[in-house]
Design a protein around this ligand. Structure first.
Ligand code: ATP
Length: 214
């Protein structure tokens, strides 16, 4: 009997929005998986998120309240220094054993950049990769990645769950053209991101005055 997959969805979540939440939810349904959202620690040499890790976590908790299927996992914030996905997957693999299918979820834009990730080919030894549709200009996929897609493509309704790792799955999710960058710009301009983020998130941002003065 194949084990229930565990899927991971990493990001800066600055702030979390319905593009993230709906894509994660639909992935959970399509894969019949539990999904964990993992806010990232951004390495010092990269542009820093506007909100601190604690503030981003607070908004994630509000967004995820009232349901069990999408869970928060703060392990990358508890680690000092840059968080490499490959290390996180390794740690999780040690916790859940070799056989349970693990799926790394990434938006189509992030997926195109996968070959720039630390030890990227090792990712496929540790997890399947689930690619979520995301509206917007398609980023060109480099030749190295196209080769991996050719070799590893699996159907979502196929036999990937019999294996712990190694497939690339294409997940057709409702295209919501929402980005945290656009939400931050709205807030900076004094506009209201109603219907782009959950109400509880929007209210917390408003009450605390976040994103207004940066
Ligand atoms: P920013 O605009 O600050 O870059 P973002 O909205 O792209 O933020 P991130 O936290 O950087 O959000 O994204 C985390 C993950 O979520 C990435 O894999 C990204 O591709 C995916 N993602 C973000 N927004 C969407 C969306 N609207 N639909 C599908 N996937 C998304």
């Amino acid at each position: 009997m194949p084990r229930r997959p565990l899927a991971l969805f990493g990001g800066t979540f600055d702030p979390v929005h319905y593009g993230h939440l709906r894509a994660a939810w639909e992935a959970a349904e399509q894969l019949d998986a539990d999904v964990r959202l993992l806010p990232a620690n951004v390495p010092p040499h990269r542009p820093q998120p506007v909100l601190s890790a604690d503030q981003r976590v607070e908004l994630l908790r509000l967004a995820l309240a009232g349901q069990e299927r999408l869970q928060l996992d703060t392990r990358e914030l508890d680690r000092d220094g840059p968080s490499y996905t490959v290390d996180t997957l390794q740690e999780l693999r040690a916790e859940i054993g070799a056989d349970r299918p693990l799926v790394l979820l990434v938006g189509a834009d992030a997926f195109a950049g996968l070959p720039t990730w630390n030890r990227w080919l090792r990712l496929f030894d540790l997890a399947h990769v689930g690619v979520l549709d995301r509206p917007g200009p398609a980023r060109e996929r480099p030749a190295d990645l196209l080769r991996q897609i050719e070799e590893r493509r699996c159907a979502v309704d196929g036999a990937w769950r019999d294996r712990g790792a190694g497939c690339i799955l294409s997940l057709g999710v409702t295209g919501l053209d929402i980005s945290a960058t656009a939400i931050r710009a709205e807030l900076e301009a004094g506009r209201d991101p109603r219907y782009l983020v959950p109400d509880a998130v929007r209210e917390a941002i408003r009450e605390r005055g976040w994103y207004r003065t940066q």
